[in-house]
Design a protein around this ligand. Structure first.
Ligand code: M6R
Length: 356
């Protein structure tokens, strides 16, 4: 059943090119021609989710704001019940791979009660959430057995980009821009395969993490949530304490924790955050924190300031969370494997959380 892989998680990480392909095939045309999302009668979007799905929603916020110019808020489903009703009437998008997370279901019911239009992004056909909302987008990742969400996360990202393109189509994006981003999305199976081919290299590079008690994951802009996801994956399966941080926040507290025993994983791609990321990495290195950088192939400036580098192919900055995510998944996986952790069944966790 594991198809020759040692763990379901690794199998599912390697299934991502196919999952991405299926998610495009099953959704792209449908979303681009959907009437539900064509309507101009919502002026904002609210994304609601838990855990990994929350991190995907944060990527969605950056993508929708950047590509469609619509304001987006992101809420933890478990906090929604305390939210006050406002005059805003957003499109509410519930993101949940299982479709069974109790807090996300409660948030869907609250949104309906408040009269908001609702859309669920889920992987499971016929799951409870699909009966609670006006419309459903299936991520088409295929069954996921490992407790750590991997291919369901990456297909949630695909859903976010497709929604952003659809919303941008009638608002901000020119035809050539839509074409460019669509091409970028359609090339993702190949881009991701290229990162997967570095699995052995990543396995070797994680030596700096395996004995750590604590680690930092730094990114900026749309890769800030990518690094929250990297930290979440590492915590969940390797039991190393990890903090995902927006690199600009380092000076506001966490720098005090950095030393030679606290490694840092840093995402640094050629987008609007590049220069600032380089300088954050230099500050971290100056505190002796060993740095594993993830950057674009051929980036000599980054290579010069980090201890190890994992390279990903060059992609549009706004789409870079997809290959970067695959890199951080492999970092977490190989670290946990070297530590002898029960990767597919981490302690204290369940695949879906049906109690609130
Ligand atoms: O099924 P959901 O997407 O609603 O699940 C939410 C979280 O429980 C889930 O994403 C969890 O954080 C992951 N298993 C982490 O890998």
């Amino acid at each position: 059943q594991k198809g020759g892989f040692e763990h379901y998680m690794l199998k599912e990480i390697f299934e991502q090119p196919l999952a991405i392909h299926n998610s495009l095939l099953g959704n792209f045309d449908k979303i681009m021609s959907s009437d539900f999302l064509s309507s101009q009668d919502f002026s904002s979007v609210k994304l609601i989710a838990c855990g990994t799905s929350y991190n995907a929603s944060l990527v969605g916020k950056y993508a929708i704001e950047y590509l469609a110019g619509i304001p987006v808020t992101v809420e933890l489903a478990s906090e929604c019940r305390y939210s006050s009703e406002t005059r805003e009437d957003p499109l509410v998008i519930l993101v949940t791979q299982s479709g069974e997370t109790a807090d996300t279901l409660a948030a869907a019911r609250l949104a309906k009660k408040r009269g908001h239009r609702t859309l669920a992004v889920t992987n499971v056909v016929g799951s409870t959430i699909t009966r609670e909302v006006d419309n459903v987008l299936y991520t088409q990742a295929g069954p996921e057995i490992g407790v750590a969400a991997t291919k369901t996360y990456v297909t949630q990202l695909m859903a976010m980009y497709m929604l952003a393109l659809k919303l941008g189509k009638s608002r901000t994006l020119r035809r050539d821009e839509i074409h460019r981003y669509t091409h970028g999305l359609k090339s993702m199976p190949r881009t991701v395969s290229n990162v997967l081919a570095k699995s052995d290299e990543i396995s070797e590079a994680v030596g700096m993490l395996t004995n750590a008690q604590s680690a930092f994951f730094l990114g900026r802009h749309i890769n800030y949530p990518t690094m929250l996801e990297g930290a979440l994956k590492l915590k969940e399966i390797s039991y190393i304490h990890a903090e995902g941080y927006a690199a600009g926040e380092l000076k506001h507290g966490p720098l005090a924790l950095l030393d030679s025993n606290t490694p840092t994983v840093a995402a640094c791609v050629w987008d609007m955050s590049y220069e600032k990321m380089l300088s954050a990495i230099s500050e971290v290195a100056a505190r002796d924190s060993p740095v594993l950088g993830i950057g674009i192939e051929g980036d000599r400036d980054l290579e010069a300031i980090v201890d190890r580098i994992i390279s990903i192919p060059e992609v549009e900055g706004i789409l870079s969370p997809i290959p970067l995510t695959v890199a951080v998944q492999l970092i977490a996986y190989h670290t946990a494997r070297k530590r002898g952790c029960p990767i597919d069944r981490p302690k204290n966790l369940a695949k879906s959380v049906t109690v609130d």
